[in-house]
Ligand binder design. Structure first.
Ligand code: ZN
Length: 337
């Protein structure tokens, strides 16, 4: 398995080396060379690059000489900056080396959601400036609480939780994003250990929303593990360019919501879609992104970047390219009317 993967990686390297380095740069979007099967990180970097709020936070930090080369926030900052400034086809090379030193190995197929979460977790954990670490966290953090109520003795257990992405289950057949979000917050009955009764009891279980971040990452759970085999759900999932999270999550709001932190009309605007092509075993990642202040979408497939339309993005509902991660930006109150 290991040997065949390495061979495959080698072939892939040779294939890409045989290309001239004619990466195409359109507007503020620049292509990224596929460096040792780095399509997953490449697609994520395109989305981070379109998240100018993240680079703004990282640019407030001036790493001291003691910070070593395997510091994720420093290499992320350098990569995002180099993507904007230089024409080097490998602006992300040291970032990839850095991920490699954190066991995100080259030559392996990666799960974009998993790598997204690792990058964000390490970015805040390895950030020595605690205020900036908090800013990174609050930029993406969905705060929730898990509420379990024992139907026998009515005892309620509430546990706070947070997540950098909203992991949504999808069904075979057709789905729409709003109903997937509603299901995520829906109350369910299940057997749960009750601390007061001292045994498993039929309980209600629900996730409640405490606060929403400025950048909302939605993870469409297309990969399902059945009897030890991972398979991909090719189901259709529609999603809007403007998402009203207030409507979707209204049923799931916690009583612990801070005043003003959640509104009935919490509007979000889609600006990046990480796309998966292929099967659970052999796949390729690309990204549709819309840079800040630009009405135009771009499609980034490693070193190739081309202008795209909203209709192209909508093709990822069910086409050959399937939407996997959706990145939404909270609209300002004024903009949302
Ligand atoms: Zn109980």
């Amino acid at each position: 398995m290991g040997a065949s993967l390495t061979k495959m990686a080698q072939r892939s390297m040779n294939y890409f080396r045989s290309f001239s380095l004619d990466h195409y740069r359109a507007s503020d979007v620049r292509g990224l060379f596929n460096y040792s099967l780095s399509c997953c990180v490449n697609a994520l970097l395109q989305s981070f690059s379109a998240t100018t709020e993240l680079l703004d936070i990282l640019n407030k930090w001036h790493p001291s000489d003691e910070i070593t080369g395997n510091n994720i926030p420093m290499q992320l900052k350098n990569a995002l900056q180099a993507m904007m400034d230089s024409s080097n086809p490998y602006p992300h090379r040291y970032f990839l080396d850095c991920l490699d030193s954190h066991s995100i190995s080259r030559y392996t197929q990666q799960d974009a959601d998993e790598i997204f979460l690792i990058i964000l977790n390490l970015s805040q954990k390895q950030m020595p400036d605690q205020d900036l670490a908090k800013e990174i966290r609050s930029l993406y953090e969905v705060r929730m609480e898990t509420r379990v109520k024992c139907l026998e003795c009515t005892y309620i257990q509430q546990v706070p939780s947070y997540s950098f992405s909203l992991p949504l289950a999808i069904h075979e057949g057709g789905n729409n994003l709003e109903s997937c979000i509603q299901s995520f917050f829906q109350r369910q009955n299940l057997l749960h250990y009750c601390d007061r009764c001292g045994q498993k009891q039929l309980s209600t279980h629900e996730l409640r929303l405490v606060s929403l971040p400025r950048i909302l990452c939605v993870h469409l759970k297309r990969f399902r593990n059945d009897d030890g085999f991972t398979r991909k759900l090719h189901s259709r999932v529609t999603f809007p360019v403007t998402l009203n999270m207030g409507n979707c999550a209204a049923a799931g709001q916690s009583e612990n919501v801070a005043p003003g932190s959640l509104q009935a009309d919490e509007h979000y605007n889609l600006y990046a879609v990480i796309v998966h092509i292929g099967t659970a075993m052999f796949g390729h990642y690309t990204a549709y992104i819309r840079p800040t202040h630009e009405p135009t979408w771009y499609y980034a497939d490693d070193s190739t970047v081309q202008p795209a339309t909203w209709a192209d993005v909508q093709d990822t509902y069910e086409g050959r390219k399937r939407a996997y991660l959706l990145l939404y930006r909270k609209m300002s109150r004024n903009a949302s009317g």
